[in-house]
Design a protein around this ligand. Structure first.
Ligand code: G6P
Length: 293
């Protein structure tokens, strides 16, 4: 459902997801977002490259997860603390959201608010896309008559990179890190340079900086506790039908999250009381956006 009138520069288009695709084009940026999952597909600041990688083989169909962009994971991450929750990453990313507000500021910054209820949890995404920064805030909230419960959430960002084999991430040093592939727990080193399939939950909120030799992206978070870094590498991509065999090196996921106990028993899930809420937010500053440092 859309507000009766969209501001100049914002339009909606049919999507094969069954929801609508919202597009914005202003002097500050362009963006595309599928209302299924409130899934940001693209944000291109004026004069810069797309922050996000969207798989050319992404499936856009009702109830199917879209590969790339920024999937919103809630109210659990992957299979949840017990590993048995389905669908993986929670229902929020594959169900329709409602567009509540759309506004374009005088400088062209696009502000959107979207909402849904997933598995009894009220979710709100507030997105602000400008000429130099992209900000997302995912709020999880419980209705006043709900039972207290713990939830997980993640902004599962597929950052576009020139080549993941020459990409590094800093800002994670010294954190506890759960290696999902090696099934081990350790301590993160100074600089993370993926050199194979990588699936790491770092028990820190950053801030982190990604460098790919052509640009850097700074991630600053609020209300987060964890940073996941994931690439399937060639091996993993070979068994994924929606990642091209020659495309896996064009992204690295750096995910802003609150995740419950895994192998390390650290519980960074969000304790929600009836009527209570929590905001998980990230601001991206890419070096190629106009005016960025
Ligand atoms: O394939 P998906 O359900 O989208 O999940 C993609 C990836 O998401 C996160 O990064 C998890 O840590 C990975 O274990 C998972 O493989």
């Amino acid at each position: 459902m859309c507000p009766a009138r969209l501001p100049d520069g914002v339009t909606t288009h049919p999507s094969s997801s069954g929801a609508e695709e919202l597009r914005a084009a202003t002097e500050a940026c362009t963006l595309r977002l599928d209302l299924q999952g409130a899934h940001l597909l693209s944000w291109m600041p004026a004069g810069g490259e797309d922050l996000l990688w969207l798989s050319p083989e992404a499936v856009r169909a009702p109830g199917r997860a879209i590969r790339g962009g920024i999937p919103l994971c809630a109210p659990w991450f992957a299979g949840g603390p017990d590993g048995e929750h389905t669908p993986s990453h929670g229902p929020a990313r594959t169900q329709p959201w409602q567009l509540r507000e759309a506004h374009v500021e005088p400088d062209g910054t696009v502000d959107l608010t979207l909402a849904t209820n997933a598995d009894g949890v009220d979710l709100t995404l507030a997105l602000s896309a400008g000429a130099t920064q992209l900000h997302l805030e995912l709020t999880t909230a419980l209705p006043a008559d709900a039972e207290p419960r713990r939830v997980e959430a993640a902004l599962h960002t597929y950052l576009a990179v020139h080549d993941v084999r020459a990409t590094s991430v800093t800002g994670l040093a010294g954190s506890v890190v759960v290696d999902k592939n090696a099934r081990s727990v350790g301590e993160a080193g100074e600089t993370l340079r993926p050199d194979g399939p990588t699936d790491l939950i770092h028990r820190t909120a950053g801030p982190v900086t990604l460098e790919d030799g052509e640009r850097s992206v700074r991630l600053e978070t609020q209300g987060a506790a964890d940073t996941v870094v994931w690439t399937p590498w060639a091996e993993g991509a070979a068994s994924m039908t929606d990642v091209p065999d020659d495309g896996w090196h064009r992204f690295l996921c750096v995910e802003t999250a609150c995740i419950g106990p895994r192998r390390d028993e650290v519980d960074h899930s969000i304790a929600l009381e009836p009527g209570g809420s929590h905001a998980l937010a990230v601001t991206f500053t890419p070096s190629d956006a106009g005016g960025a440092a």
